[in-house]
Design a protein around this ligand. Structure first.
Ligand code: SF4
Length: 334
């Protein structure tokens, strides 16, 4: 799944957390938050990363940003392995890799004025005069649809949607190449969600940005993504271009997620198959296929044999025993 023009390449990425069991946490079990994830993102591309709460998608985003250290695996940024760089060595990379989080209120300093919030990341990289900083903040404000008179306001004086625009302006200030958007519109009203998504898409065109767009809302992901990766219990179970995922899903879990999207037609609602059972614990994930405890098509070997991620159609990769691989020229690293 790694293409030659990839900006970001993630290979067999893992993050295990120790639980508090055992003497001083030693000898206890481990939470398998991210468990062998591989994907790439090309320049100017949006990869949507979807799955239920706790599937490891936000942890994947934090690992890529190096806000957390991976347990193992490789993160290559523009061909360079950044997975084990020190925080000091990461400094120049941070300028190119930015983040927009779900709750901008929590990520914005409440005691700073908006203009300072927006240019703070830039000031960390280049010394700027006060007037140059004001000018830059005003131009970023205009670009994300905020008014110049709001530059002097504090975060609490903005609405939820405006605060998310502020967070986007702050991320943009250092002219990044990739932005990890972690549930950036989940806390917003539906009408405001559309405005923020459209803004992100316009900015992508203008600045040739790449996004890793993490969300649980499939409708939002469908709108913004070029490709979509579906995660379940720390693993990618399907990755494909948007059209294939939404019209020809190949993994039973992807099918189930699509079935769960609300539909207005009551007749179609009756025909829907509802995903039953709870997500198993990531401390002790099921053997074989991790989805076997909830899968309506489960077979005997699903309980013992883990299905590898294999290519089932051009650009479509699935981890399920029921799907047959196709022979293509594209190479797998999974
Ligand atoms: Fe279901 Fe088996 Fe496929 Fe897993 S491998 S998704 S249990 S059919």
């Amino acid at each position: 799944m790694i293409s030659p023009e990839s900006l970001l390449e993630v290979e067999d990425l893992r993050k295990y957390y120790p639980t508090q069991q055992g003497w001083l946490g030693r000898g206890g079990a481990r939470v398998h938050a991210v468990d062998g994830v591989s994907f790439s993102i090309a320049s100017g591309e949006t990869l949507g990363l979807v799955g239920e709460s706790g599937c490891g998608k936000s942890t994947t985003g934090k690992l890529i940003l190096r806000l957390q250290d991976p347990t193992s695996g490789t993160i290559r940024w523009r061909g360079r392995d950044i997975s084990r760089l020190t925080q000091h060595e990461m400094r120049p990379v941070r300028r190119e890799l930015q983040a927009v989080f779900q709750d901008p209120y929590a990520s914005l300093n409440p005691r700073m004025r908006a203009a300072d919030i927006v240019v703070e990341p830039l000031r960390n990289f280049e010394p700027m005069s006060e007037s140059a900083a004001r000018e830059r903040a005003a131009s970023l404000f205009a670009r994300v649809g905020l008014r110049a008179d709001q530059l002097v306001k504090y975060p609490f004086e903005f609405s939820g949607g405006q605060r998310q625009r502020l967070g986007i302006a702050r991320a943009l200030s250092v002219q990044p190449k990739l932005i990890v958007c972690d549930e950036p519109v989940s806390a917003l009203d539906v009408s405001v969600q559309a405005q923020v998504i459209n803004l992100l898409m316009d900015l992508q065109q203008e600045f040739h940005l790449s996004y890793l767009f993490i969300a649980h809302d499939l409708a939002v992901v469908e709108h913004i993504s070029h490709r979509v990766a579906v995660m379940y219990l720390g693993k990618i179970v399907e990755i494909a271009d948007k059209k294939s995922i939404f019209t020809r899903p190949q993994h039973p879990y992807t099918e189930a997620l699509l079935e769960a999207v609300p539909v207005p037609d009551p007749r179609r609602r009756k025909q829907r198959r509802v995903l039953t059972g709870d997500v198993p614990s990531p401390v002790n994930p099921p053997p074989g296929c991790r989805f076997h405890t909830r899968c309506p098509y489960v077979e005997a070997r699903c309980r013992v044999e883990e299905p590898p991620l294999k290519q089932v159609a051009s650009g479509q990769w699935v981890a399920c025993h029921l799907r047959q691989p196709v022979a293509t020229k594209e190479e797998a690293i999974a």
